[in-house]
Design a protein. Structure first.
Length: 274
């Protein structure tokens, strides 16, 4: 049964091995799936066991627990299998936060006459978010991988399109013998231009989004609560129905709205490339 289920997972997650590599997870595909199955089984079993006590107390049919266990196992397993994609997105944001700075420093080192390997080593020693991705390339080279193969692996398993674009230029320059500095400068200029466009687009979206936040997230809750209290003074029968639960519900609604707008603004903001 486990083998059949694992084959189904592999069928729907054909590139799971590549995704794990992009996420920086040092685990083989089969081992990760096995650990995911075990974790999903344990968590599902614990939740089902807790629900069993409730079912026995209320006298509900226990057959529902089997369906609940299957549902929980499937949901938890899919969530665990989706974790590497979330990690990749976080790594992408991390590398793109200051990739332009690291690339400028790389160009500066190349223009000063440093060989490519020495320039990569110097960039990997920077205290930037993107420097750790340069460190991975340098580590591969130290372990015996050639510079070309290390760069090829970086392009293949990079979580960031910007990082991939930069090292694609380096890889092509090494193959064709073109000037690396000129290629990187052109790529850096293009990436900077794209970033400026993204910032301008973000500025245009920010004004209407802020207006909706002011209306829905600030004005409506405060004025609505005040009107509710004032209106209850003119309706004596309503006062008895307004208790702590009503205000607790309103508080929960306001917190949910605030959380939604925080996530909305965070998702809308472009990655800052220093």
């Amino acid at each position: 049964m486990s083998i059949i289920f694992r084959n189904l997972v592999k069928k729907h997650y054909r590139e799971l091995g590549k995704i794990l590599r992009k996420a920086g997870i040092a685990a083989e595909q089969d081992k990760y799936i096995g650990n995911a199955e075990l974790s999903a089984f344990i968590f599902s079993l614990l939740i089902t066991a807790f629900c069993l006590l409730v079912f026995l107390k209320e006298g509900w049919p226990l057959a529902i627990l089997l369906l609940l266990f299957v549902f929980l196992f499937t949901v938890i397993l899919l969530a665990i299998l989706h974790i590497p994609k979330l990690i990749i997105n976080n790594r992408r944001i991390e590398v793109e936060s200051d990739i332009l700075y690291s690339t400028r420093y790389l160009i500066l080192k190349l223009e000063s006459g440093s060989p490519l390997l020495n320039a990569l080593i110097d960039v990997s020693k920077l205290h930037t978010n993107s420097s750790k991705f340069f460190q991975e390339i340098v580590s591969d080279i130290y372990l015996g991988t050639s510079v070309e193969d290390a760069i090829d692996n970086a392009v293949k398993y990079s979580p960031s399109k910007a990082f991939t674009k930069i090292f694609n230029e380096i890889k092509n320059s090494l193959k064709t013998g073109a000037d690396i500095e000129k290629s990187l400068k052109a790529t850096l200029k293009d990436m900077t231009r794209q970033h400026v466009v993204e910032i301008k687009a973000y500025g245009k979206k920010l004004s209407p989004a802020s207006m909706f936040y002011m209306i829905i997230g600030t004005i409506a809750p405060s004025i609505g609560t005040a009107l509710l209290v004032v209106a209850s003074g003119f309706l004596p029968g309503v006062i008895s129905k307004i208790d702590f639960r009503v205000f607790a519900f309103l508080f929960f609604v306001v917190v949910a709205i605030q959380g939604f707008f925080i996530l909305f603004f965070k998702a809308m903001k472009p990655e800052v490339m220093a």
